[in-house]
Write a protein that binds this ligand. Structure first.
Ligand code: URA
Length: 286
């Protein structure tokens, strides 16, 4: 029998997955009955529930540093953004009129979460609800993103920052154009430099386009690990993985298993990165 949501109180992770129709896609079939029982909520998923292939850490593809803006005004703007604090960034994004997306926005949406997060998730751009509320991923795709985060033991705002490739809503939720992504890129680059996350997860093609440049199909990017150089991080390169956008997954249920593989691989990479950082840190004298 399928468990029902209790009439009051916060939803558990499993109930949340169930409520948005996800639990069958995110659970191993054999464990489904247990997983759906509200009184038996498991801890964040252990490694053995990740497909073996997802645990393999593949070769890292080095990325060239982000292309500099061309043209004097664009270069000056990009250099100014590269020196901004969070407060200045918020102010600049709020008043930005650098591309046509400013014309129909209700508000620009910089991002949300822990500004010292280990995990950075990047989506495409605000939709109608995000435009109204000023926070990324608060509509149906956001509910799915929250469920995806919960499935790997993460929570919005706790060691996670969520941003978008473009900060203003494209009219009718169209895909942002290359020029719009490029104009907004200095903001995203500055966010990455300020956060210096341990891992970046790109959600969908627009995010991949923003960070990796003109790229092939999403399928060709999945399973690869890219290295995003951040000069401000002392030459450290941040590993980057690509997966499907939650809005796409809401339309294409059959690809949820692949997204789950990607998240498992991302979690594995994060652990490896953390272990490497711990080893590199000088040990304190006893
Ligand atoms: N889709 C995105 O890519 N970003 C949002 O903030 C909301 C929906």
């Amino acid at each position: 029998m399928i468990a029902k949501k209790p009439s009051s109180g916060p939803l558990t992770r499993v109930q949340l997955l169930y409520e948005i129709g996800l639990s069958p896609q995110w659970q191993l079939r054999a464990q489904r009955a247990v997983a759906l029982a509200p009184s038996r909520v498991p801890a964040p998923l252990p490694d053995e529930r990740c497909p073996a292939a997802a645990n393999a850490i593949t070769a890292i593809t080095e990325l060239a540093p982000s292309p500099a803006a061309t043209g004097v005004p664009a270069l000056a703007r990009s250099q100014a953004i590269a020196g901004m604090s969070w407060e200045q960034l918020q102010h600049s994004v709020t008043s930005c009129r650098a591309c046509v997306l400013c014309q129909q926005r209700r508000q620009a949406v910089l991002g949300v979460g822990d500004v010292a997060a280990g995990w950075l998730f990047i989506g495409e751009g605000p939709g109608a609800e995000e435009d109204a509320r000023g926070e990324p991923f608060v509509g149906p795709a956001g509910q799915l993103l929250d469920a995806m985060l919960a499935a790997i033991g993460l929570q919005r705002g706790r060691d996670v920052y969520i941003a978008n490739a473009v900060k203003c809503r494209p009219p009718n939720n169209r895909t942002p154009e290359s020029a719009e992504i490029a104009t907004c890129a200095p903001y995203l680059q500055r966010q990455i430099a300020l956060i210096q996350p341990r891992l970046i997860v790109l959600l969908g093609r627009a995010a991949a386009h923003a960070l990796l440049g003109e790229v092939g199909s999403l399928a060709s990017l999945r399973g690869q690990t890219f290295a995003y150089p951040v000069p401000q991080a002392g030459g450290r390169a941040i590993p980057v993985v690509v997966t499907y956008h939650p809005a796409y997954l809401l339309r294409t249920l059959t690809d949820k298993a692949k997204a789950w593989e990607d998240l498992c691989r991302a979690r594995r990479l994060m652990r490896a990165t953390q272990a490497a950082a711990a080893q590199a840190a000088p040990s304190l004298p006893a």
